[in-house]
Design a protein around this ligand. Sequence first.
Ligand SMILES: *Cc1c(COP(=O)(O)O)cnc(C)c1O
Length: 236
Amino acid sequence: MSESLQSRYESVCARVEQSAKAAGRSIEEITLIVVTKNHPAQLVLDLLELGARDFGENRDQEASSKAEAVAESLAASGTPPDYRWHFVGQLQSNKVRSVLRYAQAVHSLDRTSLLQALEKELAKEPERSQLDVFIELNLTDDPQRGGLDPKSLEVFAEAVLRVPQLNLRGVMGVATLDRQAERDFEFIRACSDRVRALSPGANQISAGMSGDFETAISFGATHLRIGTAITGERQY
Ligand SMILES: *Cc1c(COP(=O)(O)O)cnc(C)c1O
């Protein structure tokens, strides 16, 4: 394993801890998801050895084969640790079945057609445990960007809450580049309050990436999605 991976991982963990402390928050309420897209399964295995337990991917094709490779490798080496895959990218309905095989959480639930596809696939597996979901918000004026129009938040959240096999955890957002991240995180937090008013348990906030996670923590983020600050530059 490269020493630089270890030092980047440890340095991000230390920064998360410091930011949580500065915000008067407990580290226990923050989940660090390492986004491993465009990196091989070996990187996930190395990160598991360093103590990481939550991993994020944004494309099913890459994620499904990586998840399988990681599981196989761990099975061959004894007792596998507990770890989770989070799907964080735009999700096409026809990929839902595949994503459900490995993901414990989907952070990009943003439209009715995807909700229906999830409901339909989950109904085929009544034994499966609930899927954790976050409603992704579109913080731009561009409908192509993915994410739900925040104006529809209550109506959509109610629809999600009606699906028994979905566990609505909260909201997710990606800060836009064209204004200060603070404004976006403030807005995400206001949206989180609106969802929490409908369902007190849906109080989690998936926000914060390599460039802005410290700010996100100060605005209440509970699930950080951090790629390059830990993995190094992605190999395309
Ligand atoms: C790639 C990605 C991240 C991580 O981005 P970094 O800037 O590398 O930390 C977070 N969230 C989503 C949705 C992503 O696609």
